[in-house]
Design a protein around this ligand. Structure first.
Ligand code: DC
Length: 225
């Protein structure tokens, strides 16, 4: 561990709010490790479903999530979860079965606990690979994982616009239902944390959102060379 300055950026928001594209672009622009925690919840869900664990079995979910071995691999500036030694490919974590189940699994406190230290540990991963900071996206990053992050953003967009974006990606995803479950769960619900910068991207394209957030980050970070 070094004392080199390190910048933490948290981006939260609902399904298809533009978090991933924005985080990816900012990670390239400012040389930050990109950590998509939604992909972690998806990976765990896909693995547990594969092992026959059901969404309505919180005890089974708790047991199975306490037993997995989690490591991190890097692909460019992106952190990929390895679960029991395997990277589960995007094609397996973005299926309609995972879309339909992930919010139920993510509502189980023991599963969230199993991911807590792993998510915070991404700072060490970023430092070990000499990144000057990391950008982490999810639902509870600015509220629970890194409430003291240097920058905390919350992205939202009109539900119709988000459904249009997801359909344009060719994905079958019940965005409104996932948001309802993510907002209403007891542990770490989706909400704009106090003090975070709230951005409505309904009428903004990706470049405009990236420019807006870049203006904030540029007060502290030089662009990647
Ligand atoms: O970002 P995404 O749509 O890929 O996330 C998939 C699901 O994972 C989301 O519906 C809720 C859950 N999730 C969560 O509960 N907390 C996070 N920090 C990230 C995702």
């Amino acid at each position: 561990m070094t004392d080199a300055p390190f910048t933490l950026v948290a981006i939260d928001g609902g399904a298809a709010s533009g978090k991933s594209s924005t985080s990816r672009a900012l990670s390239e622009r400012f040389n930050l490790l990109h950590v998509d925690t939604g992909s972690f919840y998806r990976t765990l869900t896909a693995e547990l479903l594969r092992a026959g664990v059901q969404a309505d079995d919180p005890v089974g979910i708790a047991q199975a999530s306490a037993e997995v071995r989690l490591e991190t691999a890097l692909e460019g500036r992106r952190a990929l979860m390895k679960i029991n030694g395997r990277i589960v490919p995007d094609a397996e974590i973005r299926t309609s079965a995972v879309n339909a189940n992930v919010s139920h699994f993510a509502a189980v406190p023991a599963l969230r606990d199993a991911l807590l230290a792993y998510q915070r540990g991404q700072v060490e991963v970023a430092r070990a690979h000499h990144f000057p900071g990391l950008i982490m996206e999810g639902r509870d990053i600015g509220s629970v994982i890194f409430p003291d992050a240097d920058f905390r953003f919350f992205l939202h967009a009109d539900p119709a616009e988000r459904a249009r974006r997801r359909a344009a990606e060719g994905q079958e995803d019940s965005i409104a239902e996932r948001d309802r479950l993510d907002r209403s769960r007891k542990t770490a619900p989706l909400a704009c944390p106090d003090g975070a910068t709230d951005i409505d991207s309904t009428h903004l394209d990706l470049d405009q959102v990236v420019a807006l957030l870049s203006a904030h980050l540029a007060t502290r970070l030089p662009p990647a060379s």
